[in-house]
Design a protein around this ligand. Structure first.
Ligand code: C5P
Length: 229
């Protein structure tokens, strides 16, 4: 298992991906974007045309496809059976369908196993998602839960979408985010919630540099305390 595991969980567009990636850089750690894993299985299942309500069919897709995750120039890279899928997994229909994969218990189990294998192969990791501090790494060294007001999260998502040329309205973006939060919080398996020992950070009034600085200081403080025990 990695010598340092930092988990960052939180709702959609809370800034956790960017924060996790930058924090990983500062700590010399490997970054794991678990949302990309759920998205990749969703895309593969859509391409195969399987019944998204069938856990068995979803599991078969996960087992037969070859997923490869990495990071290049600060971006998550992902290929499915050797084909680059980094852009496709961000499509709105993939985002909307990810909830089927996220509620399939057996698929989650397998993905959590892959996440733990990733941790076993790396000296330090920063991993982000919904269940990293609660299910995947209950013994993580440092756990964060990032939050932000839904309207602020919608603004952030809109500026991301605008840079990709999409012009969806702020209201529609906020509605989608709130629906996704609801489905993430209310599912039976791996629901979105802070671990009992997570540090909750509200990023509504913080820019990304301030968030990363805050997380980095907390990691240093906690690790120093542990090393003095
Ligand atoms: O974080 P991102 O928006 O890329 O995640 C896509 C979807 O994957 C989420 O809406 C959530 O339902 C699911 N997910 C999950 N558990 C994780 C990461 C993502 O259920 N650890």
């Amino acid at each position: 298992m990695a010598g340092l595991i930092v988990t960052i969980d939180g709702p959609a567009a809370s800034g956790k991906s960017t924060a996790a990636r930058l924090l990983a850089e500062k700590l010399g750690a490997s970054f794991l974007d678990t949302g990309a894993m759920y998205r990749a299985v969703t895309l593969a299942a859509m391409q195969e045309g399987v019944n998204l309500n069938s856990e068995e069919e979803l599991l078969a897709v996960l087992q037969k496809s070859r997923f490869k995750f990495g990071i290049k120039e600060g971006k998550t890279t992902i290929s499915i059976d050797g084909v680059n899928a980094a852009e496709q997994i961000r499509r709105p229909d993939v985002t909307a369908n990810a909830r089927y994969i996220a509620s399939a218990a057996k698929v989650r189990e397998k993905l959590v196993e892959m996440q733990r294998n990733f941790a076993a192969d790396h000296e330090r990791i920063v991993t982000e998602g919904r269940d990293q501090g609660t299910v995947a790494f209950p013994d993580a060294d440092v756990k964060f839960f990032l939050e932000a007001d839904a309207i602020e999260r919608a603004r952030r998502r809109r500026s991301e979408l605008l840079s990709g040329g999409s012009r969806e309205s702020l209201g529609k973006i906020q509605k989608d985010i709130e629906e996704r939060d609801k489905s993430d919080r209310n599912r039976d398996v791996g629901p979105l919630k802070p671990a009992a020992d997570a540090i909750v950070v509200d990023t509504t009034d913080l820019n990304i540099d301030e968030v990363v600085e805050k997380l980095l200081n907390l990691v240093r403080k906690i690790c120093l305390k542990k090393s003095q025990k």
